[in-house]
Design a protein around this ligand. Structure first.
Ligand SMILES: [Zn+2]
Length: 445
């Protein structure tokens, strides 16, 4: 699977996975000034309302003040006030923080808040190196919204360490707990200076060396929005924020995805509630993979960005337990709709299997959409053809209704699919699979 060899054909296999981070609380509604939850000490003294541990109460009040000063410094671009919240004993950390602060200043923020649970993690070898009292909240998140683009704030779950010096509490690190399974989510501003390019309803964030690529991506994305609306309808924001990282490693950190991204051209990410709950997505972002982007043709670029925009559009009617073939197949259906690429070209890998008599026995399982999957291309192509089949049976509106029925169902995944197949296609799951298999034969043989 060499991307560079077949740029357009590679779109299927190089196309993006959906990166869904499931977030529980702290949800976006929390704010930096939330009442501290009962500390560990109060658990042993459940009724000691007036005998709270004084030191902890004072610490929590100091940390709330610290975070409030930090929040205001970010929103008001006050670098001195911001650096006054960082550990004065660590020049290297302060220099890194200054860089991130200056980069963040380029991002048009509507809000920036911290959500903190004042229950602490145990100290570690790394936190003991400060030779001072430290505190690392077990739950901490930044909630920020980009002005004009985020209807709801997006969140970055982090694990900072606070250190107590003679003059008070300071932020000391965001990485002390990364090795023990509590890494800190990062923004693009943590990877160098940030520039923005806006074309109509599209905002692209990237680094100065990527400005021409950012302009190109902004243009293609803005031009692709009407194609998504043509199929999905106007029931979405019709706006997008696109991230252009400089390296694949940066992409991986930004989308918080440890999966293999080597075959991936772009990723759409959002936080969704865990299944089966009503979809309530926040923080929709598209991020491109700078390593694979140059090997795609301009047609490939349009297809990839339309595909990702479809994820953004459908996210509010997608839950995290719906089958991946439907999510990805629908995004490909919209992406290829205006492309006039023949189906045998779009589904070339699956076509080769079909012509060799290897008809898949089931719709592509979720695991085959993993970035490292050997059957990634066939999985996307199978999902695409399933959605194309549905549209051929009940029309494009019917396909959208089908997607919505599955994506907004509160039933278990199996029941949600069976119910949609019955009510919209009047088929059982087994009958649908058989239809799909004969459709593969007729379209690809
Ligand atoms: Zn996708």
């Amino acid at each position: 699977m060499v991307l560079a060899a077949v740029p357009v054909l590679a779109v299927g296999l190089a196309d993006a996975t959906i990166a869904i981070r499931t977030v529980g609380s702290p949800g976006p509604a929390h704010s930096a000034v939330a009442t501290p939850s009962p500390s560990a000490t109060s658990q042993t003294q459940p009724n000691a309302r007036f005998t709270l541990n004084d030191a902890e109460t004072k610490r929590n009040a100091d940390l709330r003040d610290l975070l409030d000063r930090r929040r205001r410094a970010i929103l008001h671009h006050d670098v001195r006030a911001f650096l006054a919240t960082d550990d004065p004993m660590q020049p290297a950390f302060r220099a890194q923080q200054r860089g991130a602060f200056e980069a963040l200043a380029a991002v048009p923020l509507a809000s920036w808040q911290y959500a903190v649970d004042y229950f602490g993690l145990p100290s570690t070898q790394r936190t003991r190196r400060y030779r001072a009292a430290t505190f690392a909240p077990a739950r901490f998140a930044v909630h920020y919204a980009i002005k004009g683009f985020d209807d709801k704030p997006t969140s970055l779950v982090q694990t900072p360490t606070f250190v107590h010096r003679k003059s008070g509490w300071y932020v000391a690190s965001f990485d002390d707990y990364a090795g023990s399974g509590n890494p800190s989510a990062k923004g693009i501003w943590d990877f160098g200076p940030v520039r923005t390019v806006q074309v109509g309803p599209v905002l692209v964030l990237g680094h100065p060396q990527s400005l021409s690529l950012m302009r190109e991506i902004a243009d293609i994305t803005a031009a692709s929005i009407p194609n998504v609306t043509a199929v999905w309808g106007r029931g979405w924001s019709r706006k997008a924020v696109v991230l252009v990282p400089s390296t694949q490693a940066e992409l991986s950190a930004l989308v918080d995805d440890s999966e293999d991204l080597s075959q991936i051209a772009a990723v759409a990410s959002a936080e969704v509630s865990s299944c089966p709950a009503a979809p309530n997505p926040v923080g929709g972002r598209i991020a491109i993979n700078p390593r694979n982007w140059p090997s795609l043709s301009s047609l490939g670029h349009r297809i990839v960005l339309t595909h990702e925009l479809t994820h953004v559009a459908t996210r509010a009617r997608s839950n995290s337990c719906m089958p991946t073939w439907l999510i990805e197949g629908f995004a490909d259906y919209v992406a290829y709709q205006k492309s006039s690429i023949p189906v045998r070209v779009i589904a070339s890998e699956l076509g080769a299997d079909v012509r060799a008599g290897r008809i898949p026995t089931s719709l592509p399982p979720n695991a085959t959409f993993d970035g490292s999957s050997k059957r990634l291309a066939q999985a996307y192509e199978g999902g695409y053809l399933a959605c194309r089949l549905i549209a051929s049976m009940v029309g494009e509106r019917g396909l959208v209704r089908f997607y919505t029925a599955v994506g907004t169902s509160h039933a278990t995944p199996v029941h949600a699919m069976a119910a949609a197949l019955r009510s919209i296609l009047h088929l059982t799951p087994a009958e649908f699979t058989a239809r799909w298999q004969s459709y593969l034969r007729s379209q690809l043989s």
